[in-house]
Design a protein around this ligand. Structure first.
Ligand SMILES: Nc1ncnc2c1ncn2[C@@H]1O[C@H](COP(=O)(O)OP(=O)(O)OP(=O)(O)O)[C@@H](O)[C@H]1O
Length: 293
């Protein structure tokens, strides 16, 4: 398990990361979301030891992380790590060796992954001659070489087409299935919602929400849409209900609890017909906008 304890980073007067604490349990995929400049990259750099924290600690498997621990972490940095002018397979092989693999094993594993991700024909090409999405595939492959004990990936899915997103998600799942914790940042909230066991939302350097997407949804107010056969203006006087909006026969309401919702429905039926009475479950994007506002 990876644990961030009160991680803080200042750049001069600017507090870029402010007392950030969360865990990435073994085998869990945790999505790290937040607007531009929220502090995700800075936090990940501190986890990897690329940047020293102003305060706070990173713990790995229950104790302060060491340089040896970090040498087994797989990292995809924001600035990416591969050399544009080097052939793809040669540099992946070299990287694998840096992670302790034999030259043969590193070359075989890299070639297998390149083949699997549709780059089998491009292994001898310089990285810079590949499309951006294909370069990104190679960068992700680089981060998983050498059986990493933890994966920290800075926007690994940006620029990938839907097929590559599926392939890369599958690759990450293979790692979580073996107990490897995975932390990745992304602006693609639907993807984060679909892939992650838990989500950490950062805003202006602070964690403003964290939990499973169900837990985050549960923090949203209970909201219903009522569509009647007549004008719904009467809901404004209904007990235990806050009216968000009324538009002709349709009302958006926030009952204090399920009982108040039921009373409202019975009232609506008694007053005429009900076309729809539906619980509005917010999307992760809506929750995100709310908490990050
Ligand atoms: N080397 C630096 N010197 C000064 N300020 C920095 C430096 N690196 C980052 N910052 C500032 O720290 C804050 C957090 O930046 P960071 O790159 O961690 O955010 P982010 O969440 O990764 O953003 P994005 O989604 O745009 O990549 C920003 O205000 C940024 O301008």
């Amino acid at each position: 398990m990876l644990e961030l304890r009160g991680l803080t980073r200042r750049y001069g007067d600017h507090l870029a990361v402010d007392d950030v604490s969360f865990t990435v349990p073994d085998g869990a995929m945790v999505g790290f979301v937040g607007g531009n400049g929220a502090g995700k990259t800075t936090t990940m750099r501190m986890v990897m030891g690329v940047l020293a924290p102003t305060a706070g600690e990173v713990h790995w498997r229950g104790r302060a992380v060491t340089r040896a621990d970090r040498s087994r972490f797989g990292y995809m940095p924001e600035e990416r790590g591969l050399y544009p002018k080097q052939p793809v397979l040669a540099q992946l092989t070299y990287l694998g060796q840096l992670h302790g693999m034999s030259a043969t094993h590193a070359r075989e594993r890299s070639a297998d992954l390149l083949e699997r991700f549709g780059l089998g024909e491009r292994v001898k090409d310089k990285l810079e001659t590949l499309s951006l999405g294909n370069q990104q595939r190679a960068q992700i492959i680089a981060s998983v070489l050498g059986d990493p004990t933890l994966l920290v990936l800075d926007e690994p899915f940006s620029g990938l087409d839907p097929a590559a997103v599926d392939q890369m998600s599958e690759l990450l799942r293979e790692h979580t299935a073996q107990g490897v914790p995975v932390l990745f940042s992304s602006h693609q909230l639907e993807l984060v919602d679909r892939l992650c066991d838990a989500i950490v939302v950062l805003s202006r350097g602070r964690v403003v929400a964290q939990g499973t997407s169900e837990q985050l949804r549960a923090t949203a107010p209970l909201r219903y849409r009522l569509t009647t056969t007549h004008d719904a203006g009467w809901v404004r006087g209904a007990p235990g209900v806050t009216v968000v909006d009324v538009d002709g026969p349709t009302a958006l309401v926030e009952p204090t609890d399920e009982e108040a919702a039921e009373r409202l429905l019975l009232d609506a039926v008694a007053r005429g017909g009900v076309r729809e009475f539906a619980r509005i479950v917010p999307t992760l994007s809506e929750i995100y906008r709310e908490v990050a506002a």
